[in-house]
Design a protein around this ligand. Structure first.
Ligand code: TDO
Length: 182
């Protein structure tokens, strides 16, 4: 297992060790000690699994209190996964990282607390799994507009079609009006 840097130092791609044989493959996807050895000393308290069809965009979400760090991966399909730094005090405040995660590549993404997170489904459908460092707190949940012009995220939209959003995400707040972390 190793970490790969992204353009935002706190966001890491986690490259997994995949052992393939005639039966298929095996890989460790979470090992507290190994992660601590890589500098990510994490305590997870919730695991989530969502399934979405092509063109769905979930996000960009964050909790203004009880921020969640998320270790995310895709077990079926392909998504474009995005983390936006919304910590005012951070040198990378307002920057975003986009990474393609798919069933074909043994990679996960570490999205630390203090980031808004979202993903867009590029394949026919996708299964998205993630571990969280804090529990779901809907009263603190916020949705940041996926297509805010200040962020200008380069979503790889299939056939250039607008993504499908939840009612909540349609009401996403602009970068200008969004509550941020200090
Ligand atoms: C996120 C979440 C949702 N739910 C419920 C609330 C609701 O009825 C249903 C669907 O919730 P949502 O529409 O918020 O699900 P979704 O849009 O998939 O929300 C997720 O999006 C991605 C991008 C993230 O980063 C996650 O942290 C989370 O915010 O599931 C829980 O019970 N626990 C949870 O942790």
């Amino acid at each position: 297992m190793k970490l790969i840097d992204t353009t935002i130092p706190d966001v890491k791609i986690v490259e997994l060790c995949l052992f393939g044989d005639t039966r298929g493959f095996f890989m460790e996807t979470w090992n507290k000690k190994t992660f601590a050895g890589l500098g990510l000393d994490l305590d997870f308290v919730q695991d989530n699994h969502s399934r979405s069809r092509q063109g769905i965009l979930r996000g960009l979400h964050y909790q203004i209190q009880n921020p969640q760090g998320k270790l995310v991966r895709v077990t079926h399909g392909k998504v474009f996964d995005v983390a936006v730094d919304i910590r005012r005090s951070s040198p990378s405040f307002g920057q975003w990282v986009g990474v393609v995660l798919s069933e074909d590549s043994p990679q996960m993404l570490w999205v630390p607390p203090g980031f808004a997170h979202g993903f867009y489904v590029m394949s026919e459908s996708a299964d998205f799994l993630y571990k969280c460092t804090d529990t779901y707190a809907p009263e603190y949940e916020r949705s940041l507009q996926w297509n805010d012009p200040t962020l200008a995220i380069n979503w790889p939209l299939v056939d250039g079609l607008l993504p499908l959003l939840s009612a909540k995400d349609v009401q996403g707040v602009s970068w200008q009006d969004a509550e941020m972390y200090e």
